[in-house]
Design a protein around this ligand. Structure first.
Ligand SMILES: [Zn+2]
Length: 502
């Protein structure tokens, strides 16, 4: 309702109250909430135990792996993202200018060891660690896995955390368990398994919607936040075991700290928890702010489909990081930007979480949508003091400055957006082409098709592609269909770097 009221005010349309109510009822008969589909998902069950003395996480992961492709598989593949943190890895986990911030106590290493892989009858399966940077677990199946069939396998592993302010690592205040377990590689018909190695640019991850049951044990003095919903907790001696369930989420993240203190807010059926540090004065204010974000995005795009959303303050080198049902906000983010980062990371629950994308090859899709959604949030919630026109104008200034500087230094500048992460020469180039240009693209699109059709296109995209991964071509087709305009030339001009922004 807030969105609609602002829209009317902005366009100076004067209607009597009754007509407004009638129009709202006619135009917005219901708010979309993604529901179950017939598709089969991978099911993960994990038993995990974290030792805070050794910083080692021991785990047994049972996966019911479903072959939703058109091809038979003799081997299946899993990402081993922690191996990017091992000594001697090829790809740095942060850019050189962020190294000291990520490793405040000096370089530190981690990784994942696969101890055993077995099938349903506990018979060992052949496995090997492969990939260009020891980043992939290949499991050879005892029998061919045909389309629409599933196989149950068990993987025993041990993950070692680096001392790092990263999404995977432990700092002085918080332990971040992001991308810590073997997760199935996405298979695309015609392309095969997606097995890209880690990259310091962006979020080098790509996964399918799955279902999770997770038991996580750690010392009882930790406060734990995670993806999914807490179903049970049991304390035995000094150890507490938490049981979580996450239905139809694309990853599972756990964050723990002895310093956490929690405040909560409620939006519809969703509880929003904010975990700050003990003694923070803004706990309830941040929980309420995060609730406002959920409320706004619910109105604009369709309902957040889960019962819990955790927003956690953390030791993290970048501003924030999104996982399903949980987002990390760096404790190094200043008060002036803290809410902005919360709004951006929460927007990812819609764009990345429910509507997924290959974040390695097409980062602009989820980052552009999440960043532009943040602009929409502040446009619709002006009490937080950010002005939409000024934000766009600043984005334009930053982008033009980037183009000018790169032209001066290199004689040319590549402004194409749809590149794999390793094809961006520098981190600033990645940020300007993906985030800033992403915002300018969606603002330009909105001006071209009009506010009403643009917002409808976002709603349609959320509804039509919930629990899937979308390609840029699908995004273009969806926007074209929703707006009744062929937008292929328009959007491609932007993402291919042909549009000159003057
Ligand atoms: Zn983002």
């Amino acid at each position: 309702m807030k969105t609609f009221a602002n829209f009317l005010k902005k366009h100076k349309i004067k209607l009597i109250a009754a007509a407004v109510i009638a129009a709202v009822v006619a135009i917005i008969p219901f708010v979309f909430k993604p529901e179950s589909q017939s598709q089969n998902y991978n099911n993960y069950s994990m038993d995990l135990s974290y030792n805070e003395q050794t910083h080692i996480l021991s785990g047994v992961e049972e996966v019911e792996y479903f072959n939703s492709s058109q091809n038979a598989f003799s081997s299946i593949y899993f990402h081993l993202y922690p191996n990017a943190f091992r000594q001697g890895s090829n790809s740095p986990v942060v850019s050189s200018n962020n190294f000291d911030k990520a490793f405040p106590n000096g370089e530190s290493y981690g990784g994942i060891d696969i101890l055993k892989v077995s099938d349903q009858s506990a018979a060992p399966l052949n496995f090997s660690v492969v990939g260009e940077d020891q980043n992939i677990l290949q499991i050879d199946l005892a029998d061919e896995l045909y389309p629409d069939e599933s196989v149950k396998i068990s993987i025993e592993f041990e993950t070692t955390l680096p001392n790092a302010h990263h999404r995977f690592g432990y700092g002085e205040s918080v332990v971040n368990l992001g991308n810590f377990y073997p997760i199935a590689c996405v298979y695309e018909d015609g392309k095969g398994f997606s097995t890209q190695a880690y990259h310091s640019n962006g979020d080098p991850f790509y996964s399918d919607i799955s279902c999770y049951l997770v038991n996580f044990s750690c010392s009882s003095d930790f406060i734990v936040a995670s993806s999914g919903e807490e179903k049970n907790r049991q304390t035995s001696g000094q150890t507490t075991t938490y049981s979580y369930q996450g239905d139809k989420i694309r990853d599972f993240c756990i964050v723990l700290s002895q310093k956490f203190e929690k405040a909560s807010s409620q939006v519809g059926g969703t509880t929003i928890n904010y975990y700050g540090y003990q003694g923070d004065q803004n706990l309830q204010a941040m929980a309420d702010f995060a609730g406002r974000c959920v409320e706004s995005y619910n109105d604009m795009f369709g309902l957040y489909p889960y019962s819990t959303l955790n927003v956690v303050k953390s030791n993290f080198v970048h501003g924030g990081m999104e996982y399903p049902g949980i987002v990390l906000i760096s404790d190094s983010v200043g008060d002036e930007d803290f809410q902005y980062v919360i709004a951006h990371e929460i927007a990812h629950q819609w764009w990345y979480g429910v509507v997924g994308t290959n974040q390695y090859d097409h980062a602009w899709v989820d980052e552009g949508l999440a960043e532009y959604s943040t602009y929409l949030f502040f446009e619709n919630n002006q009490e937080f003091g950010l002005n939409y026109s000024s934000m766009i104008s600043n984005a334009l200034t930053n982008y033009k400055f980037f183009v000018q500087i790169y032209q001066q230094i290199n004689g040319e500048v590549d402004t194409s957006m749809d590149r794999p992460l390793d094809q961006f020469g520098t981190e600033p180039e990645y940020v300007q082409c993906v985030y800033t240009k992403g915002v300018l693209l969606f603002d330009s699109l909105r001006q071209s098709v009009g506010q009403r059709k643009f917002l409808k296109a976002l709603k349609d995209l959320y509804q039509d592609y919930a629990y899937q991964n979308i390609s840029p071509a699908q995004l273009i087709a969806s926007f074209s269909s929703s707006t009744g305009r062929n937008l292929e030339g328009f959007i491609k001009g932007w993402i291919d770097g042909e549009v000159v922004i003057a």
